[in-house]
Design a protein around this ligand. Structure first.
Ligand SMILES: *Cc1c(COP(=O)(O)O)cnc(C)c1O
Length: 712
């Protein structure tokens, strides 16, 4: 196996017989393989929990006696040998014959750039959906042996932790990441020091230290500006995700794109394709062009050559989601750069101008769209919206011919299938289903699962969810810094027998978290029904700079604590990967009611559907493709009505009253809600293959990667 460098053992107290645990702890492969997680968990359940499910941290602190004990336990050793064999086979890529040979010939064919990665709770380098998409994408690239290297940021402060004050206002707690205990390792230079790279162009210079995360076979390199050689302003560039300070944000994007390209150079990684996950990293394009210009080509030729090997994925139709920098700011940082490209000031600015708003500034999305040969949106609807949004860049073609294609997002199945659910599938649809999970026909086998078994498994997951929420609340109560009313809204009243709706996502206003409260009386009736109640669990963070989002959240907390709603509304603090896992596995319905057309895709509903949780959603994003009339509910939004919000809410109440509640609570003679179970099965059958990251990555390969490689 490739080792980044000759470093001393991380865990000197590991017995020789178990030395493989170090390799395992240092590769996130463990995070999507239940057997590997079990190896750590069975060492010591409590230590596992206290480490935050982080093998690296756990092993560091774990006493030798515990390890010796495991060494003397034949059951443990058997499990260890099995998992290690599987891991080493995986790393040697024994099964890699799925792909185009043009791709496989290269060590690294693709360089993937993203500002955030959602991989696991122990590595909080994400804010939301974009990050999870990137994380799931590179995990699947690893599974499919795509020769890809990923680049991103090490944010020492991560994203913030959310805590709700007694008055319902969101507090943002900063909890610095302990780099030593995170599942990341230093990339060393030949002198045995951590590799530090100087970002070209910047004055005073910005340096980045380089970390590596092994994501199965895919290396993810993270840049960290928080090192002594940088001045304080430069040190804080990578402090946290999506800073509200525009100039600092531009500097982040310079580091991500230009610094990232430099890091790959320093590592000697020669990649052929550049894949930009959203516009934040688009300056990476310039570095590729600059290299060509330096070898004697003019800008036009260099850009044209470059275009065929660049893929840009746009992720949002929300205008505020596209970075626009004032021209003076761009001038400040790039005036010494554009001569290297053979450009003058105005031609450089033109690269980032939005034709409809030329005065607005340098638009990173317009820039990336212009200079990338393959462009895609992340769902069919999003492609239509993007074609409309960017028509002015291609004024000579009809709107539906604007060259923005789509690859609908998908989720990494091994990451999001709940282990108990996986066992149920292993038992009834065959143990090899995971190897072929993007084949829709294997999912037909779901019908073979006895209703009672699916019901019991799901109920167990629901109890686990509610238990986890109450435990969090209890912990916070124990800290003594929260009022009783915050504890009640935090989930103390949750009931594992009530029909449970989940709503968890960022508190951006277009997501309309309060839509279901439009008609309070009607909702109250449903919540307070003595025999057939519903309860709703909310979670999600508002962006630290988004005051309207925070007010929305505050209103929700106030509604939740209103005794008239019967304690059936809960808001769970600090939505993140772990809570998302519990929620998408354990609720009965996943609700999504954004204002169209702003949901580019959405992926949390796919995670729920994979685990048999039906989707009640506005027909926007992926649901436009996912809804088939019998696997949940699709609501067509009509903007022309006098009260579109009220009308959407009405439709939701109607569906709840007339279909969801009766179906959920109607038991057949055998005491099982067979009609409901049928719906759960239909949900899995219709979504699991088509909305998997495997289907998604294969489409990227077919549509873009292979094509670009051949055009080489
Ligand atoms: C999947 C996921 C998201 C993205 O889900 P959306 O449907 O796009 O809101 C955000 N946060 C977490 C923690 C997730 O797991």
């Amino acid at each position: 196996m490739e080792k980044t460098s000759a470093v001393p053992p991380l865990f000197p107290h590991l017995p020789k017989r178990l030395e493989g645990l170090e390799d395992l702890a240092e590769n996130l492969w463990w995070s999507w393989n239940p057997g590997a997680r079990m190896l750590f968990k069975t060492l010591d359940r409590k230590a596992w929990k206290e480490s935050g499910h982080n093998p690296d941290k756990m092993l560091r602190e774990f006493p030798s006696e515990g390890l010796e004990k495991a060494c003397a336990n034949p059951d443990y050793l058997r499990m260890y040998d099995e998992v290690m064999a599987e891991f080493y086979d995986y790393m040697q890529a024994k099964e890699c014959h799925l792909l185009d040979s043009a791709l496989l010939d290269k060590k690294y064919a693709v360089a993937y750039f993203s500002a955030e990665y959602g991989l696991h709770r122990s590595l909080p380098l994400y804010a939301g959906g974009l990050g999870f998409l990137a994380g799931d994408f590179i995990k699947e690239c690893s599974d499919l042996c795509v020769p890809l290297v990923a680049v991103g940021f090490m944010y020492p402060e991560g994203y913030f932790r959310q805590q709700i004050r007694d008055d319902g206002w969101q507090e943002n707690l900063v909890e610095p990441i302990n780099r030593e205990a995170a599942p990341i390792s230093k990339v060393m230079n030949k002198d045995g020091q951590q590799l530090v790279v100087k970002v070209p162009l910047t004055d005073p210079p910005i340096h980045v230290a380089v970390w590596k995360v092994a994501v199965g076979r895919v290396p993810l390199y993270l840049m960290d500006t928080d090192i002594e050689i940088n001045d304080p302003w430069n040190r804080s560039i990578s402090a946290r995700l999506y800073t509200g300070d525009l100039e600092q944000r531009l500097r982040q994007e310079i580091v991500l794109g230009i610094g990232g390209a430099e890091v790959l150079k320093a590592l000697g990684i020669d990649h052929y394709l550049l894949h930009l996950n959203e516009g934040h990293a688009a300056f990476a394009l310039l570095e590729r062009i600059r290299t060509k210009v330096a070898s004697g080509k003019d800008f036009k030729t260099a850009a044209k050559e470059n275009i065929t090997t660049t893929i840009f994925t746009t992720h949002t139709p929300v205008p505020a989601g596209h970075d626009i920098f004032p021209f003076q700011m761009i001038e400040k940082y790039f005036h010494s750069y554009w001569p290297d490209l053979g450009l003058d000031r105005d031609t450089f600015f033109q690269l980032g101008v939005h034709p409809e708003k030329p005065e607005a500034g340098f638009n990173m999305t317009a820039f990336a769209l212009r200079l990338s040969g393959s462009r895609n949106a992340v769902s069919k609807r999003h492609a239509e919206v993007s074609q409309k949004m960017w028509h002015s860049l291609w004024p000579d073609v009809a709107e539906d011919k604007v060259p923005i294609e789509y690859v609908t997002n998908g989720v990494h199945t091994p990451t999001w299938i709940e282990p108990k659910m996986k066992l149920l599938l292993d038992k009834h649809i065959g143990t090899d289903w995971l190897d072929r999970h993007d084949d829709p026909t294997i999912w037909q086998g779901i019908d073979k699962i006895p209703d009672i078994e699916l019901l019991q498994t799901h109920h167990w997951l629901k109890v686990k969810l509610i238990d986890a929420i109450r435990e969090r609340t209890r912990q916070r109560w124990g800290n003594g810094d929260a009022s009783a009313s915050i504890m009640l809204t935090g989930g103390a009243f949750l009931d594992p027998w009530a029909l449970t709706i989940g709503f968890a996502r960022r508190f951006a206003t277009y997501k309309r978290a309060l839509l279901i409260f439009q008609d309070l009386d009607r909702l109250k009736k449903l919540l307070k029904d003595r025999w057939r109640p519903i309860q709703i669990i909310f979670a999600g963070k508002a962006h630290p700079a988004d005051d309207p989002g925070k007010r929305l959240l505050q209103n929700l907390i106030n509604l939740a604590r209103d005794p008239q709603l019967g304690g059936r509304i809960a808001f769970v603090e600090d939505y993140g990967e772990q809570l998302a896992q519990y929620l998408v596995h354990g609720v009965d319905i996943w609700l999504n009611n954004p204002l169209p057309p702003f949901e580019a895709c959405g992926t949390s509903g796919m995670k729920a559907a994979l685990n048999g949780v039906p989707h009640l959603s506005i027909l926007d994003g992926w649901w436009g493709e996912g809804f088939n009339g019998k696997n949940g509910w699709g609501i067509e939004h009509d903007d022309n009505l006098s009260n579109p919000d009220g009308s959407d809410a009405d439709k939701i109440y109607n569906i709840l009253e007339q279909d969801i509640i009766p179906r959920y609570y109607n038991l057949s003679e055998n005491g099982i809600p067979n009609e409901w179970i049928r719906l759960m099965k239909e949900t899995i059958k219709s979504s699991a293959a088509g909305f998997s990251a495997r289907r998604m990555v294969k489409q990227y390969i077919e549509k873009f990667y292979s094509k670009s490689m051949k055009g080489a």
